[in-house]
Design a protein around this ligand. Sequence first.
Ligand code: DOR
Length: 433
Amino acid sequence: MAGRFWIRGGRVLDPASGRDEIADLLVDDGRVVAVEPALAGVADAEEVDAHGLWVAPGFVDLHAHLREPGQEYKEDIASGGRAAAAGGFTSVACMANTEPVNDDPSVTDYILDRARKDSPVRVFPVAAATRGLAGEVMTEMAALVAAGAVAFSDDGKTIMDSGMQRRVLEYSRLVEKPVMVHAEDRTLVGDGVVNEGAVSTRLGLPGNPAVAEVVHVARDLLLAELTGAHLHVAHVSTAGAVALVREARARGVHVTAEVTPHHVTLTDEAALGYDPNTKMAPPLRGKDDVAACVLGLADGTLDAIATDHAPHAVHEKEVEFTAAPPGVLGFETAFAVVMELVRRGQLTPLQLMANLSWNPARVLGLPHGRLERGAAADLVLLDPERRWSYDPAQGFSKSRNSPWAGQTLAGRVIATWVAGRLVHQVGRGALAT
Ligand code: DOR
């Protein structure tokens, strides 16, 4: 059973209620019992000194690749769960591109079973929309939801067949779950490995044009409008997609969207050194796209920051740029990386916390991401200024593919609790699962 403790004197940021004030927070038996500016008469509670720190709901990641089953040499549910806890994430939605693909209730069951045994954080499986992510035969959505799937996605692959996408959206209404789309028109992506533009020309590498994303988002928004389904656009990376989501929402389309830490802080120029750790799908874009994504977060067009944590082994990434698989680690660096937007005055601390917790919880309809009385005590303690040097080899992930490796970052997750259990504390190795 989780204990009784008292987090004193921190800046409590609760986007669900709009609370942003110095306050104390009392946790008992895994739940938030009280949040008050100055709690009095707290007996028998362990004290956690939070002066100078932020206290916020545990982060909710809509988009991660935990690689289990099938690619445990890159990551597994235990290592991914520990890395998530170290990054302040208390709930993680994991994508279906495992081996075998999570297109069958037995795989969903397996993931949830491993998570119960091995993961310090809550794990929510996203099931495939089509069998084998092949875009040809729909999965059994109702059976997958009964097994515990929270959403559907062929992430990593795109459903190119518009008729199939329409049917996926139609059926998703019956099970009342979002369809998360990896929006890249494969015929426009071609062999592209970096954003098409000056950088791809300088590098002499095939370009992946922004329009590949925009075309696809336009199609899916029209289909969401037609079907009335909940469309969730994964890892938005272009100004065109942000504009389309904004317009569609204004005319009543049920659309939500996420953006990654890398797409709001790095441009395609990061790839100028041919480092495969700057290769991901969709690719890093130009500065106008990055600015539009940041603005999209600030004005609420983009609902959530999701990591797209995508571990790949050293031997897979240490090859020439075109041969390397796309994807970068995300959990352990996310908070520090996106704190940059707060430091630049582009997001308020409360907005940032909303994008990391309350908003993504609402996208999936989860009862998390808030600090009110009675809520499960999924919490993070954050030092917004603390500088630290990031070495993936010292982190919890099995993989090392990060564009921030070796950098000094500012903003540190000090502690993470899931249902009142301490699952991460800075400077202390792995805690209990
Ligand atoms: O960069 C990416 N990596 N994008 C995806 O959509 C898939 C992911 C992966 O699974 O590695």
